[in-house]
Design a protein around this ligand. Structure first.
Ligand code: HSE
Length: 305
């Protein structure tokens, strides 16, 4: 068995719905992956977090199956979850599970596939989890750093450079928001005026990250399309946003499909300061919550001892 760490990720980054994402140093999934001679994909859960284990409902099984199908292989694979990001948290829980499985198997088989090919297999897991095969969590989980899915057909992933001391604060109010549900409430069409604002911000954010221009990053972290709709599903969202901005965040928006909320800022110290300011919000609302403070993970998924 080998042990794999697959990081949590923040998808969308405000203005980049379904195309932008970044990887966090923590939390993450830890799984053991091995080959078996039973000819089946078996998934065991020792993580303490509830997981659907039936093969047709398990994203890891589906992603691994997609990889084996491509190889026309009947190889048996065993996966044991040791640590699991909460499901439905909005920090790429299903992506991490899909990625960890295919990454580990690829290593055991001598790396027949490159990272972009691994993304396509893991996307099958995402399709099962959310009804849509998007890659904005999977790409940063595999590559690390900040990634742009420039196009889906064919899949084109661009790694975006970013300033070294960029840091992220996540607050995860422990209410479950299913990605399928939070996608179903989104508008099917948007006015051209809104689209212009959004792609201006998206281009500005990418330029700001690559230039290390914090002012431009901050000016670009806006989402006029998805956030106004989805924020209705997240109690305390606007309190968190206002508090984080007052405390010096560059921007604050919904992480992926929510309910987690992310803030970007300069430096871990500032991130810790913002996190402390956010702490009372969900305490006062009587909602259990987790806080994570992390720099951007520049390695992505990796083998660990
Ligand atoms: N881009 C996706 C969404 C990420 O916001 O629905 C969550 O899977």
């Amino acid at each position: 068995m080998i042990k794999v760490f697959a990081p949590a990720t923040v998808a969308n980054l405000a203005c980049g719905f379904d195309v932008l994402g970044l990887a966090l140093n923590e939390p993450g999934d830890i799984v053991e992956v091995g080959l078996n001679d039973k000819g089946i994909i078996e998934v065991l859960n020792e993580s303490g977090v509830a997981l659907p284990l039936e093969p047709e409902n398990n994203v890891t099984t589906v992603a691994i199956q997609a990889m084996l199908d491509t190889m026309k292989s009947k190889q048996g694979v065993s996966v044991v979850f040791k640590q699991k990001i909460h499901l439905g948290s909005g920090i790429g829980s299903s992506a991490a599970s899909s990625v960890a499985g295919v990454y580990g198997l690829n290593e055991l088989l001598g790396r027949p596939f490159n990272k972009t090919e691994l993304v396509t297999f893991a996307m099958e897991g995402e399709k099962l989890a959310s009804g849509s095969a998007h890659a904005d969590n999977i790409a940063p989980a595999i590559f690390g750093g900040v990634t742009l899915v420039r196009g889906y057909n064919p899949l084109d992933i661009v790694e975006i450079s970013y300033p070294e001391d960029l840091a992220c604060v996540i607050v995860f109010p422990q209410i479950e928001v299913k990605t399928k549900d939070s996608r179903s409430i989104l508008p099917k069409e948007i006015p051209l005026k809104e689209a212009i604002k959004q792609w201006g911000n998206l281009a500005g954010l990418v330029a700001g990250l690559m230039k290390g221009d914090y002012k431009l990053i901050g000016n670009s972290l806006h989402d006029g399309i998805v956030e106004p709709v989805r924020s209705m599903l997240i109690p305390g969202f606007y309190d968190v946003k206002e508090t984080a901005m007052k405390a010096g965040a560059l921007g604050c928006s919904i992480s992926g499909a929510g309910p987690s909320i992310f803030s970007l800022c300069q430096g871990l110290e500032k991130a810790a300061e913002i996190a402390e300011k956010l702490r009372p919000i969900y305490k006062n609302l009587n909602i259990d919550f987790e806080l994570y403070v992390s720099k951007i993970n520049n390695q992505g998924t990796k083998i660990i001892p």
